[in-house]
Design a binder for this molecule. Structure first.
Ligand SMILES: [Zn+2]
Ligand SMILES: [Zn+2]
Length: 258
């Protein structure tokens, strides 16, 4: 199994998962050209994709969707209300526009889509099950519900948002309404939120965690990793042993295989 975060941050998100012969892309928030380049770097072509999953309709998750799907006729999976927010659907073949339910499968992968709290019409997180392994994709959420905690239980790997540092957000350049929006229950998780979430979960030993969707204005990869690691350490976890943290970047790839 391989996970390649092609890009992550407020400017654009795309995460590539290779489960054996099944290749999935979650979100297309960078250009089709960059997705094709990122896939080529790991020996794959866009035509190899078995499906594209869209978490929600914000531009940093769909920017490259129209061109990518028109160019390669890849099936796209999202919720019905999210489809209504995607005018590009009219450019796609009907067989490329697929609606997801709570449980579905693509190729060899079983997928569970679960509700998250965010200011989009019907946003989702995803749990992937493949050969006794579970991987969770979880960005763009303002609060951690019991449903989200349940989704993370027993995960071997997860891509989790650590969007902002609260002090950087407070003292940063964003207007007040935007700061409030980010901090709200429909906004984004801070580094501290994410650290606490991981610290209170019954994590599997050696769980791999990508810290994702970092704000370029209100966070820094060093700070996100240090904050989460500090909270984990104070809860008795040994980062780098009990749990592995990986940074993600807006303009370069971050990969693991497991
Ligand atoms: Zn969003
Ligand atoms: Zn986003």
């Amino acid at each position: 199994m391989e996970i390649h975060i092609l890009a992550s941050g407020s400017t654009g998100n795309a995460a590539l998962f290779k489960f054996g012969n099944t290749t999935l892309l979650v979100d297309t928030g960078i250009s089709a050209r960059r997705i094709e380049q990122g896939m080529a770097e790991v020996g794959l072509k866009a035509g190899d994709l078995d499906g594209i999953l869209i978490s929600h309709e914000h531009n940093d998750h769909i920017k490259g969707l129209d061109v990518l799907v028109r160019r390669h006729q890849i099936p796209v999976f999202t919720r019905p209300k999210t489809w209504e927010k995607l005018p590009c659907r009219h450019n796609f073949l009907p067989e490329c526009c697929l609606e997801i339910e709570q449980e579905f499968s693509i190729g060899a992968v079983r997928i569970n889509a679960f509700d998250i709290s965010h200011d989009a019409v019907d946003p989702v997180g995803f749990s992937f099950y493949y050969q006794k392994k579970k991987v969770v994709m979880l960005t763009d959420l303002g609060v951690v519900s019991s449903r989200v905690e349940k989704a993370l239980e027993g995960a071997h790997a997860a891509v989790i948002e650590a969007n902002h540092d609260l002090d950087m957000l407070e003292n940063g350049p964003y207007p007040r309404f935007l700061k409030q929006r980010i901090k709200s229950s429909n906004g984004h998780l801070s580094n501290v939120h994410t650290g606490r979430l991981l610290a209170r979960l019954p994590c599997l030993p050696g769980m791999r965690v990508f810290l994702a969707h970092l704000s370029q204005q209100n966070n820094h990869p060093d700070l996100a990793e240090k904050t989460v690691a500090r909270i984990l350490s104070s809860s008795g976890y040994k980062p780098g042993k009990d749990i592995y943290l990986y940074r993600t970047f807006p303009n370069s790839r971050s990969s693991i295989s497991l």
